[in-house]
Design a protein around this ligand. Structure first.
Ligand code: PHE
Length: 350
């Protein structure tokens, strides 16, 4: 190809560029792109062929011709790179659209998502108790018979178990029926004195209706020290509830039976809606039943490794689900587990 001038080399490379560009515009995948790379830049590709021909170019034109080939090569390399980036971006977008990957760099729409009303009330109560020096503890939803019943002074065949039928696993463990199941664990973990609250999801074999669910939330609290009495219990409950309802709350205690407290009580609050006169919310009684509680039974303290001769304590089992319903005016408990976003996203923090 001795006659080939740099001018015709320019033409040749121009044609190669055009052909390359038109093929590139049809590339749909990285496999297509690889094939194109090989066709133009491979060992037996078009650029390599030009390089081979270079030896036949007249000596005085060789340098210029070489420069022209190199420019074409750089052009092709550059376009291949761009196309490669483009294909990667397209693939990422496809995966994101198909929700295969989660891109946490995408901006968050602050209008999306909201806290569940139970989460809101739980955090509020936790904050109030931790400001009063209580630990906030977590405990498993799957527990054994000992922690859920035996350690709480509820031996096998005790009638109190009837009200707490639950879901049993094949290995004999069960889904906890009340947050009291963590009492023994907390006592063993901290010893006495101790003050702690521990929220949790609880389960019972329950037919559901507007007031009953098989899955609900409680927040348990215990305070154990020397000379703890019922007055301490009343004080802490009154303070916490007044904070939650943002008004002064009047409480009363009625006797209630739970094998793990002695004496045991039902704590009622004066109806926050009618102020105690009587209305449909409080079934005209003026009072709302809110929180079973009592002085921890000596057997329970003993099971937790605490000497009942030296220490006393109170325990309460606040129904978080119930509290959320009262605070937010939710009439049907089933809404809370429904996943119905139109209902659940109405509640905002604070
Ligand atoms: N664990 C009891 C229940 O769920 C409530 C309770 C807690 C009662 C603490 C007394 C003291 O029924």
């Amino acid at each position: 190809m001795a006659g080939e001038t740099d001018c015709s080399m320019l033409e040749t490379t121009q044609k190669i560029r055009e052909k390359f560009s038109s093929l590139l515009s049809e590339v749909k995948s990285s496999a297509d792109l690889d094939a194109l790379r090989i066709e133009f830049l491979g060992k037996k590709g078009q650029i390599a062929a030009l390089m081979t021909n270079l030896k036949d170019v007249a000596a005085d034109r060789k340098k210029e011709a070489g420069r022209i080939i190199n420019e074409a090569k750089q052009f092709i390399e550059e376009k291949l790179r761009e196309k490669n980036d483009e294909l990667i971006a397209l693939e990422e977008k496809r995966q994101i659209d198909a929700a295969e990957v989660y891109d946490d760099t995408l901006p968050v729409d602050p209008g999306l998502g909201s806290y569940h009303p139970i989460t809101l009330i739980q955090r509020e109560v936790e904050e109030i108790f931790s400001s009063m020096g209580f630990y906030v503890e977590d405990y498993s939803e799957i527990v054994d018979d000992y922690h859920c019943f035996e350690a709480l002074n509820i031996p096998k065949h005790h009638p109190a178990r009837d009200m707490q039928d639950t879901y049993y696993l094949d290995n004999g463990q069960l889904l906890k029926t009340h947050t009291s199941a963590a009492q023994n664990y907390i006592m063993r973990k901290y010893g006495a004195p101790v003050r702690a609250v521990f929220p949790g999801r609880c389960f019972r074999n329950e037919s559901t209706d507007a007031c009953h669910e098989n899955t609900f939330f409680q927040l348990e609290g215990i305070m154990i020290d020397r000379d703890i009495s019922i007055s301490n219990l009343i004080y802490f409950m009154k303070t916490m509830l007044s904070e939650v309802f943002k008004q002064d709350i009047t409480v009363r205690l009625r006797p209630g039976f739970f094998p793990f407290v002695e004496p045991g009580f039902e704590l009622d609050i004066k109806c926050t809606i009618c102020g105690g006169v009587g209305c449909p919310s409080c079934k005209n009684s003026g009072w709302l039943e809110l929180c079973p509680c009592g002085m921890i039974h000596p057997n329970v303290l003993r099971a937790g490794g605490i000497d009942p001769e030296e220490y006393t304590g109170f325990a309460f089992g606040l129904g978080l689900t119930r509290l959320a319903m009262m605070k937010y005016g939710i009439k049907d408990i089933r809404v809370l587990n429904s996943g119905n976003l139109r209902a659940l996203s109405q509640f905002i923090d604070g």
